[in-house]
Design a protein around this ligand. Sequence first.
Ligand SMILES: O=C(O)/C=C/c1cccc(O)c1O
Ligand code: FE2
Length: 314
Amino acid sequence: MSLALVTMSHSPLLGYNDPAPEVKAEVDNAFASARAFVSEYDPTLVVSFAPDHYNGFFYDLMPPFCIGYEALGVGDYGTAEGPLNVPTGTAEKLAEWVAERDLDVAISRKMEIDHGAIQPLEILFGGIDTVPTIPVFVNGVAKPFTRMVRVRRLGEAIGSFLATLTDERVLVIGSGGLSHDPPVPQWATATEPQRALLLNGRHPTAAARDARQERVIQTGRDFAAGTATIQDLAPEWDRALMAVLASGDLSPIDAMNPTQMAHEAGNSAHEVRTWVAAFAALSAAGPYRVGYAYYRPIREYIAGFGVMTAQTAR
Ligand SMILES: O=C(O)/C=C/c1cccc(O)c1O
Ligand SMILES: [Fe+2]
């Protein structure tokens, strides 16, 4: 049984704050390479590991992981709104398989997902319902964070299930990261209105959504201009992580410390958990080979921006 993987940074600022034309062309080329890889593999099932940014998951009930049995996009930053094509029966079996392997994972029969999960589907498939997709939420923004070994184990358990689906060609996606520190409020330092959003900010008014997005877009512009106060990107940290993921030996990930990750690479660097889960899932089907890798720190997107493709080695 073989599996395929695409991991990619997302940024809601794509199309809002574009970098210099040659950098934008590089990113477009990276997306085109990932698309070509996916098109050749022709997946029949996608498992998408993605974070959320207080659009679907809030502090009224914040799980570290959640498998979606049904899901819909919320439509933030112009991304698609509406239902995904989730194979509910397979998602249910996946959650049971994971629970039997001693891992605690939440489930949702109505998962609301934002640009973190939607953007890769739109970039790779041109839509959110073209290929059956099981969304797996991996908390990458809301403290407290699980130890990284739990993320690796979850990925491996999901991969071991996927390896039993011999009639499917499964693509795993990891969306997020790499180093970045966008102006997503932190509970400890949030104002009262921000805390209300973090606690239960579902379905904001159009005006509230626009105000939030405008603030992030402006921060991206300020960051590119060198005037923002957010933490800088950490290209060496990003490249080192990509090297570990490409090496096939994920064990060094277990030693990564959540506090240190945020300190070195920004609060939202925890989104790399999705990459770790995706690579761990891939590793469950045997040794793998990375076919394509792109990286550049892009301040306009507030992202250490990376794209990788990989596949089970034959
Ligand atoms: O949720 C937001 O408003 C912003 C999120 C964001 C900004 C920059 C890079 C990212 O990966 C993000 O998710
Ligand atoms: Fe994000």
